[in-house]
Write a protein of this length. Structure first.
Length: 298
């Protein structure tokens, strides 16, 4: 059975129908989904009222799941494999605006790619809409492959081989958050990732950018930081961006290796928002992958 694919943007993102993710997919159907994922980078599956277990089972088809620490030291509302992208506390109430968890989560409104601050970053993320506000709260996505393609050749030459330091502290410093749980500093030291990589799924070259990206290794910090900021500004110009307006039951998955995303504001005091995210780990650090590729080519 062939799935139905409807492009949502001229250069990336597509809606997928004809599958029920509550049931295990056959290898044939999964291969079609994976091919669409490699081509479009962002897939929207409407009308998928998933349980956490069903979401995790589908996510694991793409690789091992990350677990989520309590970055701000708060008690987790959901199991460790499910990132809690909500404004709801453990009692089921809307959390106060001065909640450390809410403050930390404001960083999700910066353009980023999930887990680039981990030694082995994310392959993809899957976000399930369980409860949404009537207005606001959209998620925007940027295609970093198309952005790389649009760069002048001299710019591409400048970027080739550059390595950038990433950390969760860099992104949260931009919103003034410093209240990390003590163990986070031990468990998540700064890491190095390449600035340009080859996307394994499509074979295309792509930028690898995020609010977690601090500076270019070996450059003066401010000079490298300016380069990262300029590239993020370019890669998020309107022609590279798809904005998703959520519906209850949507499952959206995106490729963290070749996209950035950001959440948009909504009235957090008035409306509840309950979103459950699973994140699939990649296989290897990007610097190590690049070194391995060079060794294989030698």
């Amino acid at each position: 059975m062939a799935i139905a694919i409807r492009p949502l943007h001229p250069i990336f993102a597509a809606e997928i129908r004809g599958v029920d993710l509550r049931e295990p997919l056959s290898q044939e159907v999964f291969a079609q989904v994976e091919a669409a994922f490699n081509e479009y980078a962002v897939l929207v599956f409407p009308e998928q009222p998933l349980s956490d277990e069903q979401q995790m089972e589908f996510s694991r088809r793409f690789g091992p799941l990350e677990t989520n620490p309590s970055y701000a030291g708060n008690k987790l509302r959901l199991r460790a494999e499910i990132a809690d992208i909500s404004n709801i506390d453990t009692e089921g109430n809307i959390q106060p605006l001065d909640s450390p968890r809410r403050y930390f989560s404001l960083g999700n409104q910066l353009w980023h790619t999930d887990s680039s601050f981990k030694h082995v970053p994310a392959r993809c993320s899957l976000l399930s809409a369980r409860e949404i506000p009537p207005t606001g709260g959209e998620t925007e996505f940027a295609d970093l492959r198309a952005a790389y393609d649009a760069l002048p050749e001299e710019r591409k030459s400048l970027l080739a081989g550059l390595v950038v330091e990433h950390s969760i502290y860099r992104s949260r410093s931009q919103i003034g958050f410093a209240g990390f749980a003590r163990e986070i500093h031990t468990d998540l030291p700064p890491v190095r990732q390449v600035l340009v990589r080859r996307h394994p799924g499509s074979g295309r070259m792509t930028l690898y950018l995020a609010a977690h990206a601090s500076h270019v290794v070996g450059w003066p910090v401010e000079e490298g930081r300016k380069l990262v900021e300029d590239l993020i500004a370019f890669a998020t110009e309107p022609q590279f961006v798809y904005s998703h307006r959520w519906r209850v039951g949507d499952l959206v998955m995106w490729d963290d290796r070749c996209t950035m995303h950001r959440g948009r504001p909504y009235d957090e005091v008035k409306y509840r928002r309950d979103m459950h995210r699973t994140t699939v780990s990649d296989e290897i650090n990007t610097v190590e992958r690049a070194a391995s590729a060079r060794g294989s080519a030698a």
